[in-house]
Design a protein around this ligand. Structure first.
Ligand SMILES: NC(=O)c1ccc[n+]([C@@H]2O[C@H](COP(=O)([O-])OP(=O)(O)OC[C@H]3O[C@@H](n4cnc5c(N)ncnc54)[C@H](OP(=O)(O)O)[C@@H]3O)[C@@H](O)[C@H]2O)c1
Length: 237
């Protein structure tokens, strides 16, 4: 299926996985709306996207804040004209031992990673329902499939995203909205490198472009087919 002329919103599209997906979709002719908290990095990402010959916009909003999310999504929908694709990608990784991690940090991870996905999907849903179709990709993590040492908050948040996303899929597929839950393993970005997840060797793990190619290929599948869940791993040991 061609993606040319479609409109996509990508939360956390200013860097890391979100930016790689935005870039690859733009190369397919998709118009892009990105969001994040830092306006400078959003502006520079939009300038790069425009160089690819598509329309690109940004909205500054914190996915933790329901009212901000509603306003930001409405702004992007107005600029784009409609929303065909949502990549629910913004997230944080705060890692630490369960006995030592301050409760504020724990709560923050849940708020951003879980409530952020919920607020954004809920804000986008009316636009897709009106269109009679849409694709939502919720970015969880392999950490959500199995907890691990030093990952209690992150793994719990991603396990909850998997569950939320599966419920979303069950409700919205009847409206021709494909909801896809992705569980990538470690990918070299600020989050994994700064969080010490790449063992000082980011070349050994997946790269953001690998994730972006996967997302593009899933979105290009015929609409009668829905990939409900998927994982991606590096072949390196
Ligand atoms: N990298 C990995 O190994 C890996 C593996 C599996 C899953 N994931 C998931 O993939 C997603 C992207 O991760 P990444 O590695 O690309 O991270 P990243 O490089 O740290 O980028 C995170 C993006 O999310 C935005 N963001 C963070 N908190 C936000 C908030 N409260 N409100 C709005 N925007 C926010 C950031 O922009 P601002 O800072 O400007 O807000 C940035 O654009 C996350 O959900 C992550 O959990 C990553």
């Amino acid at each position: 299926m061609t993606l040319n002329g479609k409109n996509a919103i990508i939360t956390g599209g200013s860097r890391g996985l979100g930016k790689a997906v935005a870039t690859l979709l733009a190369k397919e002719g998709v118009n892009i709306g990105i969001s994040g908290r830092n306006e400078e990095s959003l502006k520079s990402a939009v300038a790069e996207l425009e160089q690819l010959g598509i329309k690109a916009f940004y909205a500054v909003f914190n996915v933790d804040e329901e009212a901000e999310v509603k306003k930001g999504i409405a702004l992007l929908a107005e600029k784009l004209g409609s929303i065909d694709i949502l990549i629910n990608n913004a997230g944080i990784g705060t890692f630490g031992k369960l006995a030592e991690m301050p409760s504020q940090d724990w709560e923050q991870v849940i708020k951003t990673n879980l409530f952020g996905v919920y607020y954004t999907a809920q804000a986008v849903h009316p636009y897709m329902k009106e269109n009679g179709s849409g694709d939502i990709i919720n970015v969880a993590s392999t950490a959500g499939l199995k907890g691990g040492a030093g990952m209690s908050a992150y793994a719990a948040s991603k396990a909850a995203v998997i569950s939320l996303s599966q419920s979303m899929m069950a409700e919205w597929r009847k409206e021709n909205i494909r909801v896809i839950t992705l569980t990538p393993s470690t990918i070299a970005t600020d989050m994994s490198i700064d969080g010490g997840l790449t063992d000082g060797n980011p070349d050994k793990v997946l790269q953001p472009e690998d994730f972006a190619e996967w997302v593009r290929d899933i979105l290009k599948m015929n609409r009668r087919a829905l990939i409900a869940n998927g994982s991606i791993f590096s072949t390196n040991p």
